[in-house]
Design a protein. Structure first.
Length: 368
């Protein structure tokens, strides 16, 4: 393509005067700029994304009594929006609302029973969308599904509370296809303690059952998720996990002082272990007290993660359908807008790593 310009100009040197030559030069330069712009737009539209956390299955579908599905969900994610946004794989979380908390409003089932309730809804959605969506247990499944023209679905559990200290339930979850567990949500459970404004709670590490689960998850081939975990629990994962781990939906505490976010020391440790941070789109984790998620703030946190944890530690963990923020890019279909905003700060190869390369590497190293 660059050879067009000199050839074009040489032709006009022979055929036209100086004014015509200059006009031709400007037209040719404008033409090349237009071609490059089209190439970049095509690049962003062709990117395939792995998103490591959404609450669509539990918060939108399972509780709707069959009225909301992956075909008609009006929220952040449905099948059409996944296609438009360039989804390669979506991590669908079964969020376990503790029924005595505000998040569990309207939920009367105990945690283990609630898992089973949402799991059945998940199976129904896989069946209903089998021509477009397929389960994935590992990287080979994701690549096979992609070759078949299907988006991969990875099943996760947000909050280890339904384990209730029973290792056989961890084994059961693995057999059901769960490949990632967030060890805690915002409450203490049998594994450990959550992030907290209380320094005493924040400093507490994993309980013995939590340490046993870390060892067994390493053996089985399950991702350990530190999002929502106490600082003390995070450092226990660093010390005891033999495999890389993930912060599936977290941001940077140095940029937004929220207990859910990771400190620079945590980011460095996670990067050194080979882990990945999925950037969270919740406004209050990007800017203190915010309710609106702007793309510039997302990019700012992503650049900080790269600088502290390394380029190989960066990914997407949207928290779609689990956040109430107003999004500049609206929903999953707007993901290419974020990729375009990344382009002044990251190379095309780096953007490919953010979209899927880093997570595929982590999946290949951990999941079985």
């Amino acid at each position: 393509m660059p050879s067009i310009l000199p050839n074009f100009v040489c032709f006009y040197r022979r055929q036209a005067g100086k004014a015509e030559q200059f006009t031709a030069f400007l037209l040719c330069r404008r033409f090349l700029r237009h071609i490059n712009l089209l190439k970049r737009r095509y690049f962003f539209m062709e990117m395939r994304i792995i998103d490591t956390h959404c609450d669509t299955m539990g918060e939108c579908i399972a509780r709707s009594g069959g009225k909301i599905t992956l075909q008609n969900n009006p929220g952040h994610i449905n099948m059409e929006k996944l296609r438009q946004g360039g989804a390669l794989a979506e991590f669908f979380a079964i969020f376990i609302p503790t029924y005595d908390s505000g998040a569990g409003k309207g939920v009367t089932l105990p945690p283990y029973d609630y898992f089973q309730f949402v799991y059945q809804a998940y199976l129904r959605e896989l069946e209903a969308n089998q021509d477009q969506l397929a389960p994935a247990m590992n990287g080979a499944d994701i690549r096979k599904n992609q070759a078949a023209g299907k988006i991969s679905s990875v099943l996760t559990v947000e909050d280890g509370v339904p384990l209730e200290g029973k290792m056989e339930r961890l084994e059961e979850f693995y057999q059901k296809g769960v490949r990632l567990i967030s060890l805690t949500w915002n409450y203490e459970n049998s594994l450990g303690f959550p992030n907290s404004k209380d320094p005493e709670i924040m400093g507490k590490g994993l309980k013995q059952f939590g340490l046993d689960c870390v060892e067994r998850m390493n053996q089985l081939g399950m991702l350990i998720d530190v999002s929502h975990l106490s600082d003390g629990g995070f450092w226990d994962i660093v010390r005891h996990s033999k495999k890389p781990f993930i912060a599936s939906h977290s941001c940077c505490r140095a940029l937004c002082n929220h207990t859910r976010n990771l400190t620079d020391e945590m980011l460095r440790a996670l990067g050194e272990k080979g882990g990945v941070v999925g950037i969270n789109f919740a406004a209050q984790f990007l800017n203190e007290g915010a309710e609106y998620t702007d793309i510039d703030s997302v990019v700012r946190h992503m650049r900080h993660i790269r600088d502290k944890a390394g380029m190989d530690a960066l990914g997407f963990g949207s928290d779609f359908d689990g956040i109430s923020s107003t999004l500049e890019f609206q929903d999953y279909a707007g993901m290419p807008q974020i990729l375009q905003a990344l382009s002044p700060h990251f190379t095309e190869n780096e953007i490919e790593k953010i979209c899927s390369g880093n997570m595929l590497r982590l999946i290949d190293e951990t999941l079985k």
